[in-house]
Design a protein around this ligand. Structure first.
Ligand code: TRP
Length: 366
């Protein structure tokens, strides 16, 4: 069983359905009352963003930002060392992530992009937060649990065990109340809510305030279905089955040419029995604002060759403006550095403010 399957199995169907409902209600209310919401989300800088990230989350973030939601976008660099022995080319990767964000439409005037390693007060929240969780709770977290099983006797690092708490600090330092994430992150959100509530119960509120220091954040699940990699398994860089945003049109064509399909020349949308063909149809539909069924009808008996040609053209046309913007941005490293520095500055101001409130509540002001 894959890690994702284990996570999916252990996240109970009931709690997933509940999260889905909450998320749908949130989507509706956000449109009406954008000023009530603050969003935080982010990515580990482990590689370049691909179309799975784009259709699964970036589009949604940009839409929220453009609805007027105050947005915080995190480059989770410390999280890279939860399951790796070193940081690798992390600086390059962080800048590349910022470039992907900007090319995809994150607007630095409206959204704050920052690396959490550069925000000391955020990291300091980890200390009181760690006192509010138990090791049993952390070992039960599905991601931690499957890592624990996957280590096959190798030691589990303290950071791996406690990173859900660090992630709570990411979310709570800026008092975000919505967190756009995939369903694998739902247990982390639950842990974050527990931490927010326990902090309130144990330490109370700043003098004269009747609301908790930390709001309990909700997950905002993406409305579009996740797309698979070109081999029909989960899209992930390590499997080499992705189409990265920064790839050229030619590279994209080559990748799609090698995609797995089946031998039935009649193209149909049938995700259960024809997952690979259906996935290509989904990608083509997302890129051309169509539906997979319509695309399938249009291709008819054209076979996998036509399908791939249609998807390649749709995707390359769709991504062309983003890619053009990306290559412009790539030439302007000073600009990318400035955007990140400004984001880090804003994140520090916010984190310092929150830490002051925390210390006040804990009577640790000297
Ligand atoms: N865990 C997320 C991932 O692997 C990245 C992340 C870190 C994050 N901190 C976060 C996401 C806080 C949402 C909120 O993609």
């Amino acid at each position: 069983m894959s890690t994702e399957e284990k996570i999916a199995n252990s996240t109970s169907v009931a709690s997933y359905q509940h999260a889905r409902q909450v998320s749908e209600r949130l989507h509706a209310d956000i449109a009406l009352n954008p000023s009530r919401y603050r969003m935080l989300t982010g990515d580990r800088p482990t590689g370049h963003l691909h179309i799975g990230h784009y259709f699964g989350s970036l589009l949604n973030r940009v839409a929220l930002q453009n609805q007027g939601i105050e947005s915080w976008i995190l480059v989770a660099d410390y999280q890279v060392i939860t399951d790796r022995d070193g940081t690798g080319p992390i600086q390059e990767r962080a800048y590349s992530l910022v470039t992907d964000y900007l090319a995809a439409g994150i607007d630095p005037e409206k959204s704050t992009i920052f690396t959490h390693s550069a925000v000391p007060a955020l990291n300091q929240l980890m200390l009181p937060f760690l006192s509010l969780v138990t090791d049993a709770e952390l070992r039960r977290n599905p991601t931690v649990k499957s890592e624990l099983e996957a280590t096959e006797g190798r030691p589990l690092s303290g950071l791996m065990l406690t990173y859900p708490v660090h992630q709570a600090a990411d979310i709570l330092f800026c008092k975000a109340n919505i967190v756009p994430v995939g369903k694998d992150q739902l247990p982390h959100l639950e842990q974050t809510r527990v931490i927010a509530q326990r902090f309130d119960k144990r330490y109370g509120r700043p003098e004269g305030s009747d609301s908790p220091i930390f709001p309990a954040p909700q997950a905002l699940l993406s409305e579009s279905d996740t797309i698979l990699g070109l081999d029909g398994t989960k899209m992930s860089k390590s499997r080499g089955n992705t189409i990265e945003l920064r790839m050229s049109a030619d590279e994209t064509a080559k990748k799609i040419k090698k995609a797995v399909t089946d031998s039935d020349r009649h193209i149909t949308y049938d995700p259960i029995n024809r997952p690979e063909v259906s996935n290509l149809l989904t990608i083509g539909a997302l890129a051309s604002n169509s539906t997979p069924e319509t695309l399938a009808d249009e291709i008819g008996d054209g076979g996998a060759g036509t399908l791939k040609k249609v998807v390649t053209e749709a995707l390359n046309e769709f991504l062309a403006p983003l890619r053009e913007k990306r290559s412009e941005l790539e030439k302007n490293t000073d600009y990318i550095h400035t955007i990140l520095s400004e984001g880090i500055e804003r994140a520090n101001e916010q984190a310092d403010k929150t830490l002051t409130e925390v210390r006040d509540a804990m009577h640790m002001t000297y």
